[in-house]
Design a protein around this ligand. Structure first.
Ligand SMILES: Nc1ncnc2c1ncn2[C@@H]1O[C@H](COP(=O)(O)OP(=O)(O)OP(=O)(O)O)[C@@H](O)[C@H]1O
Ligand SMILES: [Mg+2]
Length: 250
């Protein structure tokens, strides 16, 4: 059953006008939002795009990562993002950013409707084979509500996360087709469970500054992150005015 919700005000929408705003949302904690945000941001930055991460996760993992990393070319992080400040941050930074990425809390929160209403695309990380998709379903329900009640259509996709590397392509294909049958768009690239994706939070930097001698399967982790970012870029190219800048040390 769909409960009555506040519809985000259209007047503050930036969708389609400026640089793509991508929000990661799942009201279930631990789905892999923050990890996916960092992978996408660092890959886009490596390709030379300026990325602003809006950190609304109360655990501030991205802000802590940024603190220990020092300067990461092409990446800015804004911490303590609230429902009131989110539109302002986007408005103030739209001329110096090619992609905005919003990391939301893992709980129902008024920020969800605001961020979704400002987004060009909502990515819903769902843990690959756990099939506990309730948190993701709440986000999908909100998107459906905005479409039906207010005619606001926001692009969205599920991204399967923390998928065990031993899971066969066939099993993964089955999960994807189950979701597709319910008309839920699913990214082709699933984010695999890799220790490298945890290590970047501990060590700072990016997958490309980690030491391959110390991190297992780093090459596979890098390849996975690149495929993930490229699939999103193909759906959401940076605006034509954006031209990639050389990233020197990402
Ligand atoms: N692909 C992955 N490979 C390995 N570990 C992962 C992966 N994705 C997430 N994790 C780990 O799972 C835990 C939860 O992930 P993460 O913090 O990204 O989820 P979240 O959805 O942002 O959580 P919250 O809702 O609490 O903000 C973290 O310890 C993270 O390191
Ligand atoms: Mg998080």
């Amino acid at each position: 059953m769909v409960r009555k919700r506040a519809i985000p005000a259209r007047t503050i929408s930036f969708r389609g006008l400026n640089m793509p705003v991508i929000t990661f949302a799942n009201t279930k904690g631990g789905a892999g939002k923050t990890t996916a945000v960092l992978l996408l941001a660092t890959e886009l930055a490596r390709k030379g795009y300026r990325v602003t991460i809006l950190d609304a996760d109360p655990q501030h993992w991205i802000s802590r990562w940024h603190e220990i990393s020092g300067h990461v070319p092409n990446i800015s992080v804004i911490d303590f993002v609230t429902t009131a400040s989110l539109p302002l941050h986007i408005s103030e930074n739209k001329h110096n950013t090619d992609y905005f990425i919003v990391d939301l809390p893992g709980a129902r929160n008024p920020l969800l409707a605001t961020a979704v209403g400002l987004s060009d695309h909502v990515l819903i990380p769902i843990q690959g084979c756990a099939m506990d998709a309730r948190g993701g379903a709440q986000v999908l329900e909100l998107l459906q509500y905005l479409d039906e009640k207010a005619g606001i259509k926001i692009g969205h996709s599920v991204v399967l996360t923390r998928v065990n590397s031993m899971v066969t392509t066939r099993a993964l294909q089955l999960v994807k087709s189950l979701l597709s049958e319910r008309h839920v768009p699913v990214l082709d690239t699933a984010i695999i469970e890799r220790s490298a994706f945890r290590d970047i939070f501990d060590c700072g930097g990016t997958l490309h500054t980690l030491d391959p001698a110390r991190v297992s399967n780093l090459d596979k982790a890098r390849e996975n992150a690149t495929c993930f970012a490229e699939e999103i870029m193909s759906k959401l190219p940076a605006r034509l005015t954006a031209s990639p800048r050389m990233a020197t040390a990402a």
